[in-house]
Write a protein that binds this ligand. Structure first.
Ligand code: SF4
Length: 716
């Protein structure tokens, strides 16, 4: 879609879940000028430093340009082959594995970097044609606890609010979110609103004193893992002082009494809650009283909530506090899961998680499975949830999964217990990697490398944190023989002998996805809020000019055809139409610190890097902010443990170790260390923090506990 000046292309940023609109202008000298798109509602023309540097990351240096196969397992060299040879070889192996060991012996591990159409084709391939739900995604590491919390509370994975609600709120609570660095454009929207309305109160709940805290009226530096104490205490307090909407409770919710009873076991006494959270009683009461006294409250939560062995309960304890006073479904109020990746929500829409089906339908519901199989006219249908990310790589090492295809992600760096991932891939009979980069920590284990399109080359849609579908449009030619992931999957499916993948273009994949969302989606059949039927039956030209729009989209009338916020009628997706309070019981992280591993490791992002730096690492400007990995810790802890600021130190857990330089000043409290997630093993000292992180996961969502691993530190 060329904009008015007929030179720039309107597309969407490739990084975080804010999903900012970008105008990209390719120049004659091969460079690309990038600016914020004033017409995109998410960012209204602004870009953060990462988005502004997108043009610096599109060069072809280091790109994977041709299909390649390895001559021998392990150390064999890679040989360039044709697409036909590469995909034929993979299809032959998959057929043999499935014939001998069954469909659950193969798997896809995909990514929130995929576009929705890529995700859709991959999910259809695995669940409807291979007949296994062994397709999981790196979004498991990011927001699967929020998904599980939404499904338990609302009956469907639904984000009730929109970005504008942040500007309509009178109080914003940010829980486990360094929004200033990780979702900068959203944070700037809050900051601008605060300049206009100084009374807009900002509370930050975070064990670290992050950059986000600089704008906060109140920072609650809770002990890692104690969020359920905090919000159960709030539920109990709101009930006790009568800050309850009894009509809303009766008409639109169920389970309140049980949730309150559970909360009151440990959290009825604010002093006990303050002690458990290791914050002052005065600060706790300021938060509780402000929440109780403010109608328009947004509680935005992110990785600090989700990446926990109690992540789903944390999400539900937050949602409970909104339901009790009916603070949901109205402008300026509601719980708000802020998604990490550019298309984590698009993946959820098409069932890209191992426990979900397409179009927000349920894998464990026989009627839903039948409906999707009928729509797809597919030969089979997975009938049970597949392996979630951590379990998948354990199953590979155990030999239960024989062939894995990894798309657009780098699990040897990003998964917890990442040395186990190395062992798993070394043992796996066939590792296929689709990527844009030739040499990554993961690709070193690949038997087959498939070149995918990157940002600026690929074509399709993404969905951001406020349910807004936006187009990613190509403005650069496909380099070498790189192809879109949906095309690669479709070609592979045809070599497997599967019908149903003869898409003439990416718009046809989107159209099928949109049609499925509306398929029998009526009140008495398969009702769900997710419905983009209004976007179906678009021809190529309509798809090309699709403006950003928030689902549900029941009628296609342009931008205004979407839906800003959900639950305005008080109706939820559970069969009784009510939201459910979920009884949550506070529990600490699974592995406590002890004498051998006395410090708690917390992991996260830095402002100017993205994931494992395969793209942002190319920008000198971005590297200037933080040039190498680091271990942030309190000066007194450094003294006690015999390490010094500026010197290298080794951090070790039960699962592995890594090396980085010690620094102070990152806002970490006594007893903790913080290490960024971005750096890889391709440095002189292995800086993969994933090798240190424990593999414990939330029992409901399967999301790993990235925010707490017991470690020790020593001089290197
Ligand atoms: Fe890109 Fe996120 Fe920055 Fe927006 S806030 S420009 S989506 S990285």
């Amino acid at each position: 879609n060329l904009s008015q000046d007929n030179l720039s292309v309107q597309t969407t940023c490739a990084y975080c879940g804010v999903g900012c609109g970008v105008k990209a202008t390719p120049k004659g000298d091969g460079t690309v000028a990038v600016a914020g798109d004033k017409d995109h509602p998410a960012n209204l023309g602004k870009l953060c430093v990462k988005g502004s540097a997108l043009g610096e990351t599109v060069g072809l240096e280091g790109r994977l340009l041709y299909p390649q196969v390895r001559d021998a397992r392990g150390s064999g060299s890679l040989r360039r082959v044709t697409w036909d040879e590469a995909l034929g070889q993979v299809a032959d192996k998959w057929k043999a594995v499935i014939a001998e060991h069954g469909p659950d012996a193969v798997a896809l591990y995909v990514s929130g970097q995929l576009l929705t159409e890529d995700y859709y084709a991959a999910n259809k391939l695995m669940k409807g044609y291979v007949g296994s739900a062994n397709i999981d995604t790196n979004s498991r590491l990011c927001m699967s606890s929020a998904v599980a919390g939404h499904k338990r509370a609302f009956g469907e994975d639904l984000v009730p609010v929109c970005y504008e609600d942040l500007e309509l709120a009178d109080m914003i609570v940010l829980v486990g979110s360094n929004m200033a660095w990780c979702h900068p454009i959203l944070f700037q929207r809050i900051a601008r609103e605060r300049e206009k309305r100084p009374n807009l109160k900002l509370v930050v709940v975070d064990p670290r004193r992050t950059a986000t805290c600089e704008l906060a009226d109140l920072h609650l530096p809770v002990k890692p893992g104690t969020d359920v104490w905090l919000f159960n205490g709030l539920l109990s307090y709101l009930s006790r002082i009568g800050a309850v909407d009894p009509e809303y409770l009766a008409a639109h919710t169920s389970g309140f009494e049980a949730a309150l009873a559970a909360a009151e076991v440990d959290c009825a006494d604010p002093a006990a809650v303050a002690k458990a959270c290791k914050i002052s009683l005065a600060a706790l009461m300021e938060f509780y009283e402000s929440f109780a006294g403010t109608a328009k409250v947004i509680t935005a939560f992110s990785m600090g909530v989700n990446q926990s062995s109690a992540g789903t309960d944390k999400a539900n304890s937050i949602i409970n506090c909104h339901l009790i006073g009916g603070r949901i479904g109205k402008p300026g109020m509601g719980p708000f899961s802020i998604t990490g990746q550019p298309n984590a929500m698009g993946g959820r829409e098409v069932g890209g998680l191992a426990n979900m089906l397409a179009a927000h339908l349920d894998l464990d519901n026989c009627a839903h499975r039948d409906a999707v199989q009928t729509f797809w006219d597919s030969p089979r249908m997975a009938d049970k949830p597949g392996l979630k990310a951590v379990d998948l790589f354990e199953a590979i090492e155990a030999g239960r999964v024989k062939a894995v295809w990894i798309m657009a992600t780098n699990p040897v760096v990003s998964l917890p217990n990442a040395d186990q991932v190395k062992r798993a891939l070394a043992k796996c009979e066939l590792v296929v990697a689709s990527d844009i980069i030739q040499d990554t920590d993961t690709n070193a284990y690949a038997d087959v490398l498939l070149p995918a399109l990157g940002w600026g080359e690929k074509d399709g849609t993404v969905t951001n944190s406020e349910r807004r579908i936006s187009r990613q449009r190509p403005f650069l030619p496909a380099p070498g023989e790189a192809r879109g992931d949906w095309w690669i999957i479709s070609q592979f499916a045809q070599r497997m002998g599967y019908a149903g993948f003869d898409f003439a273009g990416v718009h046809e994949v989107f159209d099928e996805h949109a049609q499925l969302s509306a398929w029998r989606n009526s009140a008495d059949d398969l009702p769900r809020v997710f419905n983009i039927g209004g976007l179906s039956r678009m021809d190529r030209s309509a798809f090309d000019t699709l403006a950003p729009v928030q689902w549900p989209v029941l009628q296609h009338v342009g931008v205004d055809g979407g839906t800003a916020r959900l639950f305005e009628d008080g109706r939820y997706s559970h069969p009784d139409g009510k939201a459910r309070f979920i009884a949550t019981v506070p529990r600490l992280p699974v592995h406590p610190v002890d004498e051998d591993f006395p410090l708690s490791l917390n992991t996260g992002r830095v402002r100017d890097q993205w994931h494992t730096m395969t793209r942002t690492g190319r920008s000198a400007k971005l590297a200037d902010h933080v040039p190498e990995s680091f271990i942030d810790m309190h000066p007194q802890d450094a003294l006690i443990h015999g390490v010094r600021e500026g010197e290298l130190a080794r951090v070790t857990s039960q699962w592995g170790s890594m090396v980085a330089r010690v620094q102070h000043g990152g806002g970490i409290a006594r007893g903790g260390v913080f290490i960024p997630i971005h750096w890889s093993g391709q440095t002189s000292s292995d800086a993969r923090v994933g090798g240190v992180v424990n593999p414990v996961v939330d029992p409901v969502s399967g999301e790993p506990e990235f925010k707490h691993t017991p470690v020790r530190i020593e001089q290197f």
